[in-house]
Design a protein around this ligand. Structure first.
Ligand SMILES: C[S@@+](CC[C@H](N)C(=O)[O-])C[C@H]1O[C@@H](n2cnc3c(N)ncnc32)[C@H](O)[C@@H]1O
Length: 265
């Protein structure tokens, strides 16, 4: 992760957990993502690694399910938040680290999850290769991707965010304040086929792809009318398992590590 992105995540670390409880489209998207990832976990317990764990949002639920939890994150402030909240929990371990160079032994984990992270890792292929390396054969990998075909995600990434990035210097110039760190680079969006190919190439057989979060309010309308956007998204969620699933802003790819992906391949 580049310096600007680390500065951004360091800056939002203390408030990030709170986003999960907001009655906003962003809060709804985080909650539904968490719920769907938990539904896809079929290993009853074992060692689980959360790559880009943020402030440890998954820790309580996963510990309750019986997992021993490891979390790594490139942002030191995020890891500080993890230690603050869960430092006394014996079966939870946290370290600052990079997804592209995981400091764990080969085939150490039963399950690896990576939520809201891969779209912004420049060397994403190395990151997936690393996750596969530290996963046991037969282990489960769950990665969330942002959907290139979703009108909401594409508009936000390719039009709304770049527009806001141009207006930022003007805005902070007008109010005479220094610009706080922001995510400047574009995220990489994926089609289901592209994401599936990638995961199959480095890890093994894809067993499930689950879409979530249909938001018909293009930004900034969703931010201007957050409750209408959440109300609609809740009602449209069932469409994510039918023919219109491609409207979902994101999807989760679940794979089983093949036995032919040994530590040195
Ligand atoms: C959008 S947050 C997601 C946090 C959490 N996974 C969740 O689901 O709420 C992305 C997190 O990934 C971390 N991150 C981004 N790039 C990373 C990398 N290359 N290695 C490790 N962590 C990274 C950021 O510091 C940030 O905490």
């Amino acid at each position: 992760m580049n310096k600007e992105s680390i500065a951004y995540f360091d800056q939002v670390a203390a408030d990030y957990f709170q986003r999960y409880y907001e009655n906003s489209p962003g809060g709804y998207a985080l909650r539904v993502r968490q719920e769907k990832v938990l539904e896809l976990l079929d290993k009853p317990a074992g060692r689980l690694l959360d790559v880009g764990c943020g402030p440890g949002v998954m820790v309580p639920k996963l510990i309750n399910l019986g997992f021993e939890f490891w979390g790594i994150d490139a942002s030191p402030r995020m890891i500080e938040q993890c230690h603050k909240a869960f430092g006394k929990v014996n079966c939870a371990h946290f370290t600052v680290g990079n997804a592209t160079a995981l400091a764990f032994a080969d085939e150490f984990f039963d399950v690896i999850i990576c939520m809201g992270v891969i779209d912004r890792i420049k060397d994403y292929e190395t990151a997936i290769q690393e996750m596969s390396r530290v996963l046991k054969p037969g282990g489960t990998l769950l990665i969330t991707f942002t959907n290139l075909l979703s009108p909401h995600a594409a508009w936000r990434n390719f039009v709304f965010y770049p527009m806001m990035a141009c207006l930022r210097p003007l805005y902070y110039g007008l109010i005479r304040r220094p610009q706080p760190p922001a995510l400047v680079s574009l995220a990489r969006l994926y089609t289901q086929n592209a994401a599936t190919r990638l995961v199959t190439k480095y890890c093994g057989r894809v067993t499930d792809v689950v879409y979530f979060y249909i938001n018909l309010f293009l930004s900034p309308l969703d931010e201007l009318f957050p409750q209408c956007a959440v109300w609609t998204a809740e009602r449209l969620e069932p469409l994510c398992s039918g023919k219109l699933k491609w409207l979902g802003a994101s999807f989760i790819v679940k794979a089983k590590k093949g036995s032919h992906f040994n530590a040195t391949s």
